[in-house]
Ligand binder design. Structure first.
Ligand code: IPM
Ligand code: MN
Length: 358
């Protein structure tokens, strides 16, 4: 029995969360485990109603669950993004989910705007540091509202923080090379910018080299983040595992989402590899408030997030069943949301995948 906290939050979040739950239940039925979900009404509406998005003890509440599913957060017509997004960022930091796992893979049958990306060439994973770096939230605004105003935002790179996410990346590359995947595997690319960021990224590179020395069987490579963005488009087949800082990882995974057919296909896991705290899985697309309730959002990223959640929980067969169901429905091409060139609603696509899982 797994207890899953669902935070649907804002915009299309609730609609795609319904489909995530449907897929999760279908997978459980066929694989000998049970799921119990609890939905939380945390988000911008609650902030409008009582000035708080979530209760103060939200981390204590979530700590009792096996995993968290997050729909999508934010609606600027209700509250500023930099306040609402504390819901995601607070969970990532509070539960020390130091790995942000973002697979970038093109399912056969999905069209991509990038010609170099094919089901054969595109199979990489971005490991984004998820608790510190540019997102450390250290800084302040001095002389606010005066002509002399000054903003300071300090990135924080700790040896521990860099080392653990890099170790995870090398272990993942080693594991992928054993799986015999078709893409070139067993390589970790260091996404850096040490030519310009002369403290933080030079330090980051040093830690990378230290960790790499412990994994002589894994190939390494480094690319400056600007050039890396170009290479992701030009030669996606080159990449296997990419390890990146928080902000760089954020940026290159939106690019990755386009390679894989659009934001509707991109899922991510905010993972505590040590299983001390619940990990959180989410589609990485936004909340698209203007489409709220129209059932036009693509549920595949959310269902893909469920696949990742099941893998994390150790339900590998169920995870594979979810992945296969998505793949089959995409190859058949009989249902699709608008972003896929189809005319189906969120729930129609979700139901087709759930049927296939069953
Ligand atoms: C993401 C998102 C978040 C981030 C936002 C919503 C705070 O863009 O998960 O990639 O920047 O990490
Ligand atoms: Mn992002």
């Amino acid at each position: 029995m797994y207890r899953i906290a669902v935070i649907p939050a804002d915009g299309v979040g609730p609609e795609v969360s319904e489909e995530a739950e449907r897929a999760l239940r279908a997978a459980a039925r066929g694989h000998d485990f049970d799921v119990e979900t609890e939905w939380f009404d945390w988000g911008c509406d609650r902030w409008l109603a009582d000035g708080k998005m979530m209760p103060d003890d939200y981390l204590d509440i979530l700590a009792g669950f096996d995993a968290i599913f997050l729909g999508s957060v934010g609606d600027v017509s209700k509250m500023p993004d930099h306040l609402s997004l504390e819901l995601i960022l607070g969970i990532r930091r509070g539960f020390d989910q130091y790995v942000n796992l973002r697979p970038i893979r093109l399912y056969p049958g999905v069209s991509t705007p990038i010609r170099t990306a094919t089901a054969e060439t595109l199979d990489m994973v971005v490991i984004r540091e998820n608790t510190e770096g540019e997102y450390a939230a250290q800084g302040g605004i001095f002389k606010t509202g005066t002509p002399d105003a000054v903003a300071l935002q300090t990135a924080v790179f700790t040896h521990k923080g860099c080392e653990r996410v890099m170790r995870y990346s090398f272990e993942l590359a080693r594991q992928r090379s054993k799986l015999g995947s078709e893409a070139p595997v067993g390589r970790v690319t260091n996404c850096t910018k040490s030519n310009a960021l002369n403290y933080s990224m030079v330090f980051w590179d040093t830690v990378f080299d230290e960790v790499a020395a412990d994994f002589p069987d894994v190939e390494t490579d480094m690319a400056l983040v600007d050039a890396l963005s170009m290479w992701m488009v030009k030669n996606p087949e080159w990449f296997d595992v990419i390890v990146a800082s928080n902000l760089f990882g954020d940026i290159i995974t939106d690019l990755g989402a386009m390679l894989q057919g659009g934001m509707g296909f991109a899922a991510g896991g905010n993972v505590d590899p040590e299983h001390r705290f619940p990990s959180m899985f989410e589609p990485i697309h936004g909340s698209a408030p203007k489409y709220t309730g129209q059932r036009r959002g693509n549920p595949i990223a959310s269902i893909e997030a469920v696949r990742m959640m099941l893998d994390h929980l150790g339900e590998h067969q169920a995870a594979d069943a979810v992945g296969m169901a998505i793949a089959e429905v995409l190859v058949e091409g009989e249902v699709g949301t608008r972003d896929m060139g189809g005319t189906n609603t969120t729930d129609e696509v979700g139901a087709a995948i759930a049927d296939r899982i069953r």
